[in-house]
Design a protein around this ligand. Sequence first.
Ligand code: PMP
Length: 359
Amino acid sequence: MTQRAWNFSAGPAMLPGAVIERIQEELPDTNGSGMSAMEMSHRGADFRHIAEAAEADLRELMAIPDDYRVLFLQGGATALFSVLPLNLANGSGRADYVRTGHWSSKAIAEGRRFCQLHIAGDSEENEYTRVPDDYDFDPGADYVHVTPNETIHGLRFPDLPDTGAVPVVADLSSAILSEPINVRDYGLIYAGAQKNIGPAGLCIVIVREDLLTGAREGTPALMDLKAQAGAGSMLNTPPTFAWYVAGLVFQWLKAQGGVEAMAHRNRKKAELLYGAIDGSDFYRNPVVPACRSLMNVPFFLADSALEDRFKSEARDLGLLTLGGHRAVGGLRASIYNAMPLEGVQALVDFMADFERRYG
Ligand code: PMP
């Protein structure tokens, strides 16, 4: 295989090299079928085996209890922003949302269109540098929405807030499979695939069965979670190739020792990078240490005029996609499961060298 870059993209993001090689190797003839996964009928036995194995491996990796359903849907995480209230806000019609950055704000803007939405915790006033200090939960809400890892602001909940009996619904797009979680703490988990799971075009939903009471009237069929669960995520043709690649990533994760082993590595990677940032006046990360993301590390240069030079010199060394999101500027390194410690070390070495020359 040709030299692969250290790709720090927030998503679509780097996939494990071993998975890319495996796709390449088995593309013309996957599992003796004489075709690639993208050419298989989604209802045929060949694809069914792939789909079932992917789900079984994800269940094992995350210890998903039997009374939770796993769905493989389209529309990305953004589709869920409307799917959630259409399916879950059908008791009191009220939902609590916690605002901790860009993506929870997007979920709020869309959610408001379909339910009585209340912001029960807010980090806006501290510019998303820490999770809320206090909450004002409505015990009659149908659910509480949180974004445990904010991909753009690099903010992570050290612990979930206590919502009592109200189910927590979590956008885990940028944190799923990066560290162990207790699925039972959530009513519903959703994650766009293009960070820690596989190619874009797939959104994984893990939902407690008793919450699947049926979408409200007028909901488009594809957005009806109960109907999707009943049809095995195949109300229509699912994103078969993305599902297949997700399955390969799950196999790779198991071979790496599972989520616990990934969490150990991810903590080491994050410590190395935050250590480099905190150890210098040249770089800065504004998030309080207890709430820093293990996956997305935004940072700023003391002199922002040097950003373009930083990115272009990094690119020349094969350190790619280090620009911050356009909403916040600066720089950002996303260090998902597929990014090895070696890649983070290469970045940290470059940062030290850059500081020596321009600091
Ligand atoms: N939520 C989070 C936390 C994200 O990071 C993203 C994508 N960066 C989204 C939602 C939106 O995902 P999609 O583009 O798959 O709709």
